[in-house]
Design a protein around this ligand. Structure first.
Ligand code: GMT
Length: 380
């Protein structure tokens, strides 16, 4: 199949997932065309199967806001025609499903019928998408997609509860490639570079936005560090970085916390880690938690959204109520304080991650594409 994928090219989970999906589809023999404003960060190599088409928005003094959707839909029209694209797969409803719909309409005017699959990722529904200024356009785009998927059962229910949806939504969970060097560096995992032998290494990876509750990460770590020698590694960048630094300073934790910035080699940090903290306020899935588990790192998280579908309480880690930092610290200590228990949780985390293996999930997208294309052909 010739497939066009539209996604955000940044470190966010939806972009990472879309990129991994495109690479996997190319490995299965499909032609994959990424259409976005920058080469996706995880897309290291282009090949004769993987292509990138940059969406450029020309600047003009009259514009206060640049019309990205317009440029994206025009680019999609051209890519579809130039490369005989058979299906559009848009990740994150805003504004991709809307731009995809416009491209479909323009193509229809030229006698080309092309189906569009929309994948809902989370904040496009739970946070941004349901703002009254966006909601009518998001509802319209979802209802006019040829197929809709969500990354968790919880996000499917949120979409049904919060929007007036007349389309069926198929849950296709996020996935992980367990054959890649998960939990390994290029050489052996050198813990000594980051911590003393008796110190536990705790990690948090996110875009450091308020929904991730970075201050809770620090409060939980503070409680852990009072009971057991530990260090905290924070990977990512975002608006809560400076307030977090101030809290770290105030709590006297500066020598124990390290900020690593954005990284596309998170596995090298997870390789060193004993525990992953994800105390989010909203999380439709929690791809970062799955990546940690694939690297044998147990997860201490909240119980919101899709997290209970990913992190199994008492098996791959523990779940607590949002903001209950005492419970999260206690759960963390119950894993960290005993070597045998820590090892058991590490094995269990990896076992739970294998339920989201790329081999199990990507064929679901492939089957959906085939079905959707066949339905479009039949409807003409
Ligand atoms: O909010 C983020 O963390 C980024 C966002 C994205 O779309 O890039 O993440 C959402 O999609 C990820 C991939 O499906 C999910 O793993 C995250 O749980 C989801 N984030 C939220 O729901 C807050």
């Amino acid at each position: 199949m010739n497939i066009a994928i539209v996604c955000y090219p940044t470190f966010g989970g939806s972009g990472v997932l879309a990129t991994e999906l495109g690479i996997a589809l190319a490995d299965m023999g499909h032609q994959v065309h990424f259409v976005t404003y920058k080469q996706p960060v995880k897309l290291a190599l282009l090949s004769h199967q993987v292509h990138f088409h940059e969406v450029v928005v020309p600047d003009y003094p009259l514009f206060r806001y640049q019309p990205y959707e317009l440029a994206l839909s025009s680019k999609l029209l051209n890519v579809v025609k130039d490369y005989n694209i058979e299906l559009l797969h848009v990740h994150y409803a805003i504004p991709h499903a809307y731009a995809g719909y416009m491209a479909q309409q323009m193509l229809r005017g030229e006698g080309i019928n092309i189906p569009m699959v929309t994948t809902l990722h989370g904040t496009d529904i739970t946070l941004v998408g349901n703002h009254p200024f966006y909601k009518p356009a998001v509802t319209f785009s979802i209802n006019n997609s040829d197929a809709v998927t969500s990354v968790s059962e919880s996000l499917k229910q949120d979409t049904i509860n919060q929007f007036n949806i007349n389309k069926s939504i198929e849950v296709i969970p996020n996935f992980i490639d367990l054959s890649k060097k998960m939990g390994q560096q290029d050489g052996p995992c050198e813990r000594s570079a980051m911590a003393a032998p008796d110190e536990r290494i705790i990690t948090h990876v996110s875009n450091l936005r308020p929904v991730k509750r970075l201050m809770d990460v620090i409060d939980i770590f503070n409680r852990i560090a009072h009971k057991c020698p530990a260090r905290l590694i924070i990977v990512g960048d975002g608006p809560d970085k400076d307030p977090a630094k101030a809290l770290i300073e105030q709590k006297g934790l500066k020598s124990k916390v390290q900020f690593m910035g954005n990284s596309d080699e998170v596995h090298k940090i997870l390789c060193l880690s004993d525990l992953f903290l994800l105390p989010s306020e909203i999380e439709s899935f929690g791809l970062a938690a799955l990546e940690a588990m694939a690297c044998r790192v147990p997860v201490i998280s909240t119980n919101v959204g899709g997290l209970p579908e990913v992190n199994l309480h008492g098996f791959s880690g523990y779940l607590s109520e949002v903001g209950d930092v005492d419970s999260m610290a206690q759960n963390a200590l119950s894993i960290l304080k005993n070597e045998a228990i820590l090892d058991q949780f590490k094995d269990q985390a990896r076992a739970q991650a294998s339920n989201f293996s790329i081999d199990l999930v990507v064929p679901k997208y492939e089957a959906l594409y085939k079905r959707t294309i066949a339905e479009t052909v039949a409807s003409v």
